[in-house]
Design a protein around this ligand. Structure first.
Ligand SMILES: Nc1ncnc2c1ncn2[C@@H]1O[C@H](COP(=O)(O)OP(=O)(O)OP(=O)(O)O)[C@@H](O)[C@H]1O
Ligand SMILES: [Mg+2]
Length: 192
């Protein structure tokens, strides 16, 4: 069960994300990154975020805590940006939230070292969940207080958009050639 919070204030859109996630404050006074149910990517990407995010956590990888955020679409009325206003208005009800890691930096493979064991665990996990969104172009990894954190598991379990393809997809080797951690010689065997 995810903790449930109620959004009390829309702070700002996070422009880096393709789905235009937002930053909200909730009734517990904490700040959360909000992934809108009304976003074009659809609800299934949020299902993948929950399943794979919690799986990663149980495997000992760092993932910001996930919560459900109740959103009153009235919060969108004061939002000047039409696109953001539309998202807020179409996402009334339950949305996905995640702890906002304040001060986190986007991971850059040229700027931060990662040891072979940790790189191996993350690449192994991405192969398991069929993650197509951890390339060096868009790592979806954050550096927070010296630790590596995993975010954005929306583009995983691609087969759940097309179940008849699931078996063939599971049998196909994972292509990690442009994975953000490929250059750290990930120790996949140790991770497995
Ligand atoms: N928990 C968090 N704490 C701090 N910043 C975050 C957090 N989650 C996301 N961000 C910031 O917001 C950006 C977009 O988030 P995310 O990648 O989850 O969104 P998206 O719309 O799925 O993106 P994409 O363009 O990769 O599909 C991240 O690159 C990061 O800069
Ligand atoms: Mg992303």
């Amino acid at each position: 069960m995810l903790k449930e919070v109620i959004a009390t204030r829309f702070i700002t859109p996070l422009r880096e994300g393709g789905s235009l996630p937002g930053l909200v404050e909730a009734d517990d006074l904490a700040a959360y990154v909000l992934k809108f149910t009304g976003a074009g990517q659809g609800r299934k990407t949020l299902v993948a975020e929950v399943v794979c995010g919690e799986l990663a956590r149980r495997l000992g990888l760092r993932v910001p805590r996930l919560v459900t955020v109740e959103l009153d679409s009235v919060l969108g009325l004061g939002e000047p940006d039409q696109q953001v206003q539309d998202l807020l208005r179409s996402s009334g009800g339950t949305n996905l939230g995640m702890d906002f890691l304040s001060g986190a930096l986007g991971f850059d493979p040229l700027a931060f070292p990662v040891d072979r064991a940790e790189a191996g665990r993350i690449v192994w996990f991405d192969a398991l969940i069929n993650n197509v969104d951890r390339s060096w172009r868009n790592p979806n990894l954050l550096m927070h207080r010296g630790d590596l954190w995993l975010i954005d598991h929306g583009a995983t379990m691609i087969w759940h958009h097309n179940w008849p393809s699931a078996e063939a997809s599971a049998a196909r080797p994972y292509d990690a050639s442009d994975h953000a951690l490929a250059r750290f010689r990930p120790d996949i065997a140790a991770a497995a």
